[in-house]
Design a protein around this ligand. Structure first.
Ligand SMILES: CC(C)(COP(=O)(O)OP(=O)(O)OC[C@H]1O[C@@H](n2cnc3c(N)ncnc32)[C@H](O)[C@@H]1OP(=O)(O)O)[C@@H](O)C(=O)NCCC(=O)NCCS
Length: 106
């Protein structure tokens, strides 16, 4: 649905965030019709608000598409990822093996 890329003034890529539409039978087992989010920020650029800025763009796309929920499936041993999505307003709704799945409701 949308992939947003953050760059610095030298056009160095600082990170990206993808928003996909869950379809029937998707490998993440997410309810069809929900969004599925993925984020990666360059380690050197972490904790500078890049993730927050990307989520603002993603949220715009999600609203424009009329999504009601977005899933973030995070490895259970990734405290940074869990803290980031929690800070963006996601809440845990299921915990399959090794994962913590968080949901954002629009
Ligand atoms: C997790 C990740 C997306 C955070 O991106 P970021 O650009 O550093 O996040 P921001 O600087 O916008 O932080 C936004 C908020 O998230 C939380 N947060 C982000 N990183 C955090 C960390 N390492 N520890 C605790 N809280 C954190 C904080 O509340 C932060 O707000 P604050 O800085 O005002 O306290 C980034 O570190 C990353 O890509 N990590 C590797 C891949 C990954 O884990 N992806 C997500 C799970 S699949």
């Amino acid at each position: 649905m949308r992939c947003s890329v953050a760059e610095d003034a030298d056009e160095t890529v600082l990170g990206f965030q993808s928003l996909k539409l869950a379809r029937k039978g998707n490998i993440y087992d997410v309810t069809p019709g929900w969004g599925i989010i993925g984020t990666h920020i360059r380690p050197e650029a972490a904790r500078r608000g890049v993730g927050r800025a990307l989520f603002s763009a993603t949220l715009e796309a999600a609203k424009a598409a009329g999504l009601q929920h977005i899933d973030a499936s995070i490895a259970a041993d990734n405290p940074e990822g869990l803290a980031y999505y929690q800070a963006m307003g996601f809440e845990t709704y299921r915990t399959p093996d090794g994962l913590i799945c968080k949901r954002y409701s629009l």
